[in-house]
Design a protein around this ligand. Structure first.
Ligand code: NAP
Ligand code: F7E
Length: 344
C-alpha cells in the first residue's frame, strides 16, 4: 500500500522533534519545511536527516513561491503547522515579522495545501496565550483575550484560517490549543529551560546567579512528548474539531525555581519585594536569584490553567508526565549538558 504523505513545518523546533518519530512509526512518508538559515536543531533531527528518514524541503512560511512549489511536488495527505515566531517577548519587538510567519504564513500554507489536495487534513499549533487573562480554567469555550502580538497573530490565524475554512469550505482543519509544554529540548530563552540550564551552571560554579522577570506568573506546564501525541490523535478523528491540551495543574515561576533548585541541594529563602526581590541559598547565604525588570513584559498573562476535559473524553488523551517528572527530567538533562559542554 502507498504510504500516506505528511508535511511538517517547524520540525527543527521542540515539538517537531517529538512529533516526527510518532509519524515515522505510524508509517508516514515525512516531508519537512526547513529554512536555509535555521537555529540550532535538536540532535534527533540531525540524526533523521543523516539516516534520510525525512525528506527536507528548503523554504519559509513567509515565501509563497517556495511553499507553492514544494506543496505541488509533495501533495500531502496531512499537514502539521508547528512553525512560528514562538517567543512572546520577541513578538513585542518584532510584531510585523511575527504576523508574517504566524498569521500570513498559516494563510499561505492552508491555501496552498487545500489547492493541491482539497481533502488534506491540517493541524494548526494554536496556544493558550490566545486566552490571555480570561478567567481560568480555560476551555474551548473561553473567550480570547490576547495580550501580545504573538497571541494576537495566533488568535486571528486560528479564527481566519482554521475555523473559517472549516465552516465555509468543510475543510478538515483543526487547532490544538496547547498550554505551555516543556522538555529538555525547550529553547533556552523560555523560562523553564532558562531556569534549569542556569541552575546547572550555578551548581558547577560557572554562573553567579539567575536573573528573572515576573516570578509570580503562573503557567499550566506539561511535557512536549504528551502534547504532540494529542496533535496526532486530533488528525485521526472522524470530524475536525479544536481541543484544549493542558495538564490542569498550575505553578508559578517561583515554584519552578524552588523545585529545580532543590534538585541541586539548594533551598531558597526569598527576601524583598517586586523589583528588589532576591532568592538566597539558605545554607550559604549567597544570592542565587535576582529580579531583573529587563525581563518584565509590556503586558503579562498572569494566570493560566487549562481544562482539557474534551480531550480526555473525546480523544481519550491523558498526560503521562507529572509536573515533578518534567522538572526532574529537565534538570538532570541540563546537568549532563553542562558537564559535556564545559568538559567537567
Ligand atoms: P519552537 O521550538 O520555537 O520552534 C519553532 C519552529 O518554527 C522552528 O523549527 C523554526 O525553524 C520554525 N520557523 C520559524 N519561522 C519560520 C519560517 N518563517 N518558516 C518556516 N519555519 C519557521 O516552537 P515549539 O515550542 O516547538 O512550538 C511549536 C508550535 O507550537 C509553535 O507554533 C508555537 O507557537 C506553538 N505553541 C507552543 C507551545 C509551547 O509551550 N511550546 C504552546 C502552544 C503553542 P528554525 O529552526 O529555522 O528557527
Ligand atoms: O514565559 C515569566 C514570563 O517565555 C513564561 C511559548 O512557547 O508558551 C510559551 O510562552 C512566564 C511568563 O513562556 C522570565 O513573564 C519570568 O509569564 O517560558 P515563557 P510563555 O510566554 O508562556 C505559550 C503557551 C506559547 O504558545 C509560546 O509560544 O515566565 N518569566 N522571568 C520569564 N520568561 C522568560 N522567557 N524569561 C525570563 O527571564
Amino acid at each position: 500500500m502507498k504510504k500516506k504523505k505528511v508535511f511538517v513545518t517547524g520540525i527543527t523546533g521542540q515539538d517537531g522533534s517529538y512529533l516526527t518519530p510518532i509519524l515515522l512509526d505510524a508509517g508516514y512518508e515525512v516531508h519537512a519545511l526547513v529554512r536555509l538559515r535555521g537555529g540550532d536543531r535538536p540532535v534527533i533531527i540531525d540524526d533523521l536527516a543523516r539516516e534520510k528518514k525525512v525528506i527536507f524541503h528548503t523554504g519559509s512560511l513567509t515565501d509563497l513561491s517556495s511553499l507553492s512549489t514544494i506543496l505541488e511536488g509533495v501533495r500531502p495527505d496531512e499537514v502539521y503547522n508547528l512553525a512560528a515566531q514562538s517567543h512572546v517577548v520577541s513578538s513585542f519587538k518584532s510584531p510585523v515579522e511575527t504576523w508574517d510567519v504566524n498569521y500570513y504564513g498559516l494563510g499561505r500554507l492552508v491555501n496552498e495545501a487545500l489547492r493541491v489536495n482539497p481533502d488534506v487534513r491540517i493541524y494548526q499549533a494554536s496556544t493558550s496565550e490566545m486566552f490571555g487573562n480570561s478567567p481560568a480554567p480555560q476551555s474551548e469555550n473561553t473567550p480570547f483575550d490576547p495580550q501580545s502580538p504573538y497571541a494576537m497573530s495566533k488568535a486571528m490565524a486560528h479564527t481566519d484560517f482554521i475555523m473559517h475554512k472549516r465552516a465555509s469550505m468543510g475543510a478538515f482543519a483543526v487547532s490544538g490549543i496547547l498550554f505551555n509544554h516543556e522538555s529538555p529540548r525547550r529553547g533556552r530563552d523560555f523560562v523553564t529551560r532558562k531556569i534549569t540550564f542556569s541552575l546547572a551552571k550555578i551548581a558547577f560554579g560557572l554562573q553567579e546567579c539567575l536573573e528573572l522577570g515576573n516570578l509570580n506568573a503562573v503557567r499550566d506546564w506539561g511535557h512536549a512528548e504528551d502534547y504532540v501525541r494529542a496533535m496526532f490523535m486530533m488528525l485521526q478523528q472522524d470530524t475536525p474539531e479544536d481541543y484544549v491540551i493542558a495538564s490542569g495543574e498550575s505553578h508559578s515561576v517561583r515554584d519552578f525555581v524552588e523545585i529545580a533548585a532543590q534538585y541541586f541541594g539548594i533551598n531558597i529563602a526569598w527576601e524583598g519585594e517586586g523589583k528588589a526581590e532576591i532568592g538566597r541559598n539558605k545554607m550559604t547565604g549567597k544570592i542565587v536569584v535576582k529580579v531583573n525588570p529587563e525581563f518584565y513584559r509590556p503586558r503579562e498573562v498572569n494566570f493560566i490553567q487549562g481544562d482539557a476535559t474534551k480531550a480526555h473524553t473525546k480523544l481519550g488523551w491523558k498526560p503521562r508526565y507529572s509536573f515533578s517528572d518534567i522538572v526532574t527530567e529537565m534538570v538532570k538533562s541540563d546537568q549532563e549538558l553542562v558537564r559535556r559542554e564545559y568538559k567537567l
